[in-house]
Ligand binder design. Sequence first.
Ligand code: ATP
Length: 609
Amino acid sequence: MKTRSIWHNLRRGYGIVNRLTPTYIPLTFVSSFINAVQPLMILFLSAQIINELAGARDTSRIILYAALAVGLAFVLSAANAAVSRRVTTLNSTLWARFYFFLGNRYMQLNYDQVEDTMNNEKLADIEAKTNGNGLGLLRLHYSLPELLQPIFELIASIVLFFGMFTAVSSYEKSFITSPFATVLLIILVLLILPFTYVLKKREERIQQTVFEENPKSNTYVHFFNEYMKAKNAAKDIRLYKQASAIEEHYNKSVGAEFWYRIFDLIGKNNALAAAVNAVLGGCVYLFIGLRALYGMYPLGSVVQYIGAVSGAVGALAKLVSVLGNFITNNQYLGQFFDYLDLPDNMRENKGNRPIPQGDLEFEFRDVSFRYPGADNYAIKHLSMKFNIGQRLAVVGLNGSGKTTMIKLLCRLYEPTEGVITLNNIDIREYNYSAYMGVFSVVFQDFKLYSFSLGHNVAASESYDAELAKESLILAGFGSKLNNMTGGLHTFLHKDFSDDGVEISGGEAQKVALARALYKNAPFVVLDEPTAALDPIAEFEIYSRFNELISNKTAIFVSHRLSSCKFCHDIAVFHEGRLIQRGSHDELITDRGGKYAELWNAQAQYYVGA
Ligand SMILES: Nc1ncnc2c1ncn2[C@@H]1O[C@H](COP(=O)(O)OP(=O)(O)OP(=O)(O)O)[C@@H](O)[C@H]1O
């Protein structure tokens, strides 16, 4: 983790809090000020009333103080109620904005960073520490009133008890009335600072030890929480009776002991702090009481000083505690900023060339690729050209590198060695976002969202309805669309709409295909585009493939070799290498070749039937 100073982290952290909830900081200033000053103001006016009652008994003054106390209490309470209402709303909206902020950053990460388990762990840890322990950025947000209120309390208390030090005794001099006693009291009160600091440091140390002893506890909690509720795990969990196995795993990895130790310590610390505060409070009472006996303070001022000194002691303790919290929290803020600062190697420091107009010719030049952390190369010395406007079928056994080649072409990963070019220029020199616009891809593990059908096809809330319909019809979804009463406005799934529809795996694949067609990009990539389609739908797609793709360049990855026959160009991958390329007729005549082996293996089933 990068080390940053606490001030740097606080400045940056509060900058983000201000961006997420813009009026929160000024409003918290106001409400903390009122919360701190209001009771002390009432204390001051009450003291004046008592002094008046015990002294001159001037009725008009007593009425004035009482009216001021009631009036101020009313105005400040009303103002505070209005401000607090808004602050409470901001408190409850912050977490939603914060989680969107975290998720949005995730959506901006480079793809290789998303697939990197370390980054996923980082994010899970940040979310869990925020959720479970209120650490990180949310701690800054919620700590703001805890910081501001004691500061205002301290200032107001000092103003109120200042007279205590300047008053003189009309009786004989003694230790109690001497300035030494005052200094002793101040030292006693200030002892609260190192004491609270030591408590906080102890809390931080133990908390850190507990986290270190359970390095992945938060990640596990987060993972299990997600996993237990994941829709695509629900069938397997039931059929393989995973619930008890998950429970066993959960209990092993996330012991209750973990939380118990932290909260037990916090409880003990709080009790110790309360006890020390009570003893200090007793000393203050004694000191002021004795001085009153020596005639230094009138009755009302005794009340005022006791209240103000107690207020100051409490404020100091709170202040040290919250500053200690900031110190403890600094490492979690650092973790959060490390995640925000993950390097953007795909977009930064790279060329910004526009995508050329006209024909686009891509070429792999001796490209090799190894996934981060992997021992073996997934792609080895791959050299191949994609002929403009042609359809290339890519076939090969599982794990032979077909999808990896597509990820490299789409710049989701960068080659470990070699270059990929577009019109003879390294693809890294092109503007990243514009480059993404060149491809319409349907991956094997495509994702549709619980938004409207139209939104899913257009990948946007606003869209060309005619084009969306046309794309759906081309993708073979026409009859299903006709049966949907809401048409393009129908929601997929029921997450956001009770009228949402569930669609089958094959229908989802058609919608994903329609999304690729709607994008109308010059290069189409279909990775196993018909794996979930029934034979009739598959036949329809292939017979209309030329119509679907029109004059675009297309790559078509499939395990069904019979469905690749319509491509005049077939590339055979094996163990990360391109080992054969040609038309079906050419490849099948190479009897010892991989293609013929795969073809014959599949043909057996059909012949046997
Ligand atoms: N994210 C990843 N991290 C590490 N290794 C990976 C990752 N994705 C794939 N691999 C490995 O790279 C190799 C090639 O995988 P790839 O997905 O490209 O194969 P494929 O030919 O598309 O397979 P399939 O036909 O099963 O889809 C495999 O050995 C696989 O284990």
